[in-house]
Design a protein around this ligand. Sequence first.
Ligand code: SF4
Ligand code: SF4
Length: 468
Amino acid sequence: MSSSSRESSFRDHLGIVSAEGKRTWLYPKAPKGRFHTARLIVSAALLMILFGTPFLRLHGHPFMLFDITERKFIIFGMIFGPHDFFLLALAMISTIVFIFLFTVVFGRLFCGWVCPQTVFMEMVFRKLDYLIEGGPGEQRALNNAPWTATKIRKKGLKHSLYFILSFLVANTLLAWIIGTDKLYAIVTDPPSQHLGGLTAVVLFSGIFHWIFGWFREQACILVCPYGRLQSVMLDRNSIVIAYDNLRGEPRGKLRRGQERKEGDCIDCGQCVDVCPTGIDIRNGTQLECVNCTACIDACDHVMDAVKKPRGLIRYDSIEGIEKKHRALATPRSIGYSVVLVILICLLTYFISNRSDIDVTILRTPGMYFQEQPDDYISNLYDVKAVNKTFSPLPLSFRLRSINGTIRVLGDSLVLRSQEANAAKLFVLLKRDQIKSMNTPLDVEVYSGDKLVGVVRSSFLGPVKKKEG
Ligand code: SF4
Ligand code: SF4
């Protein structure tokens, strides 16, 4: 096939769909090499974080929790609730800008090294394929073979392990959402007490089994929105996994005893054979490429064998390949960086100035002032207080810069943890302290002996008529 027809044909079809429009099942060769070893280490660390974090505790509370059902989030031991919505929104916007910036500069590095889909698919589930069914040729032969005892045994073992792993992943996911204590209760209590939780676990186990057992690379190619965004985020300076066409072309087979006039690519097809998404990276950057590095390792291996320098396929940008130089600071990366720095500064400022208690004190609507014995005037107020900590907190009030008394209605006020609490209080001032109809009032809010805030309000009172 000529280079131009190759160029046009790869854009007209997906590597995972046959000419008849059927799914082409991929049998990639097992990758080996320095990048794969590094990815194995990173994947092991990530899996430990994924499975271990729900068990981490700080002062008796989860270190991380994303309880969307109760709108409660604990991030690095700090608790956030619905009242912190703007902080979560700011954090989310910062994350999105970070992803944009990261992608503009480093392309799909995340997909290859960190994405849970790639980590589980390539480092866990596909490893089981190789372990139980053998290499690509043996896997293909087994799939095409009739249902013999060997096939039933191998497929049965593989899918049993798939389901156990999927069940483990589903439980871990649930632990990140509801916490290990509630998960433990679901596991140990009679099933009838947690039908919802059990259904979720079984459903998600089935979904994960289906994704990793059958859907596989289609999740990246057809579903993942991040993959789709690449075409608008990447530019000529973005680092991607790239084939050096200047060095490699014209490609040609290695012929013993003949002087080589072609480029360094010996057209061995090893880079295609290892690709888990079924593409030929020599056609250029493609949506399907999840930057798994398998083709780099495969090609480096070939280059070593033919005594050529490594890196015919490598991490590089189009500018890097064409001009041997790439600019890190492009207008886009500078723009995203500036926005990101501003967002991170704002987020840091808001988090470091975030109080444990939010209090508002407003005069009760529809109430004027009340005359009390001993020449006192009172106003009634509504108190709303949110306790953002893990423990109940006592609350008391004092007036600042004015003599008077505050009486909380009912018992002393103790704020329930992670809830909005409401109370009513009276402020009493001596008649001779009231100089105008509307007296500004500063109320100091204490939790125990600690001043947690000063709330500004106002006091309505009668004004003496001038005599004469
Ligand atoms: S592995 Fe390297 S040499 Fe072989 S076909 Fe791919 S790019 Fe060419
Ligand atoms: S082209 Fe290379 S890096 Fe991209 S998915 Fe295929 S093997 Fe992985």
